[in-house]
Each structure stands twice: as structure tokens, then as C-alpha cells.
Design a protein around this ligand. Structure first.
Ligand code: SF4
Length: 201
């Protein structure tokens, strides 16, 4: 595993080569596989150090930290349905991560729920993809914690794949990123988003 200093070197390399942004995706446990995440995830203290070390480069290049430790920011909205994934059998998924999450042991969702169409079988797959809206099928954040949260109106509810991976329904809480731990009072609203690149990057 790389140490925190190497991320500074990556930023310098990116700036020297005219890159527009540095995507750190993901150093966290999510996306590491249910059996290998303990071995491959970066601990929170390392991720905080990466953030500290690379902060100074933020005025020269866009830094995009994904699922870094979050203490106080509302979460970004999900991009499922906008960034598609095509399986070898032709199935088009609303999101690769969410399809893989639904395969996890203990998942309360079926991978099929996130298949929009099939490029090999459906004559109308283009219109299926164009017309698809994730929000027409799924509602994130419909749970007691989010419904009573002071950040609710600002919060995009984070990553549904992470929520599913944690064994919850998609309506549950992205507990890995939600800043409201066990406290009943929300921190002051902060309009920065946590966890995903800004749209258009
Ligand atoms: S409790 Fe729900 S609405 Fe509040 S910050 Fe966490 S994910 Fe967002």
C-alpha cells in the first residue's frame, strides 16, 4: 500500500503533466471486496494525512477525494444512471458498484433491480437508457435518521452501493460517510459535498 507522502508526489506529477484533477478513488474500505477490504483499506488516520499532505496542491489542480473521513459535511447525490456499466452479457447497469454491491452476501437487493436493459437483446435499449432515472425507482434516505436530520434538505444521501453493502435496504443510511454518528443534533450546515467528484468532472 502506498504511504501518505506518495500522494503528494502524485499531485506534483499530475501538475507537471497538465492533468485537470487527481481522483483518489477509493482508498477507503468500500469497493475493496468483502473478503479483502480489511487487508486493502487505508485507515482513517492515513486518509486524513493524505488529505493534509495534498491540501496545498488544491490551488493548482482539482483534488477529488472519494469517501475520505467526513465529520461535518452533507453527502453528495448518487450518479447511478448517469455513469453506466455494460456487462459481457450485454446487460446495462445503472452503476457498476451498485450491481456488485447487490451480489454481496446478505444484500437485500437483487442485481437485476439495477439492470436498465440489454444491448444485445433489446431493440429499444437506447431509449431505455436515455429515459432511465434512478430516482424513479429508488428513494435514498427514507429512514428515521435522515427524516429527522437537520442536514436532510442539503444532503444527497451518498452512495446507495455502500448502503446496500452494509446490509441495509437502499433507503438506509450511508453510515461510512454520514457525519451524524449517534448524535441526535446535526452539525452546522456546510454546503461543501463529500464523497464524489463534482458533476462535469
Ligand atoms: S443522517 Fe441522512 S440526511 Fe443526515 S447527513 Fe446522514 S445521510 Fe445525510
Amino acid at each position: 500500500m502506498a504511504d501518505a507522502q506518495e500522494y503528494s508526489e502524485i499531485c506534483e506529477f499530475a501538475i507537471e503533466n497538465g492533468a485537470k484533477y487527481v481522483l483518489m478513488n477509493p482508498l477507503s474500505s468500500f469497493g475493496r471486496g468483502s473478503r479483502s477490504k480489511q487487508r486493502l483499506e487505508s485507515p482513517d488516520e492515513i486518509m486524513r494525512k493524505v488529505e493534509q499532505n495534498t491540501h496545498a496542491y488544491g490551488n493548482k489542480i482539482e483534488l477529488v477525494p472519494i469517501r475520505f473521513p467526513n465529520e461535518d459535511k452533507p453527502l453528495s447525490p448518487c450518479q447511478a444512471g448517469n455513469i453506466l456499466y455494460v456487462f459481457p452479457n450485454g446487460n446495462v447497469s445503472a452503476c457498476a458498484y451498485i450491481s456488485f454491491a447487490a451480489e454481496n452476501p446478505g444484500s437485500q437487493h437483487s442485481p437485476q433491480e439495477f439492470i436498465i436493459g440489454n444491448i444485445l437483446e433489446d431493440d429499444d435499449v437506447v431509449s431505455k437508457v436515455v429515459d432511465y432515472s434512478f430516482d424513479d425507482y429508488f428513494t435514498q434516505g427514507d429512514n428515521p435518521k435522515c427524516n429527522s436530520c437537520g442536514l436532510n434538505s442539503l444532503c444527497g444521501k451518498g452512495c446507495p452501493a455502500a448502503t446496500i453493502t452494509s446490509g441495509q435496504k437502499i433507503t438506509g443510511v450511508d453510515t461510512g460517510q454520514c457525519p451524524i454518528k449517534n448524535s441526535s443534533s446535526a452539525p452546522p450546515p456546510n454546503t461543501e459535498w463529500i464523497c464524489y467528484p463534482k458533476q462535469g468532472t
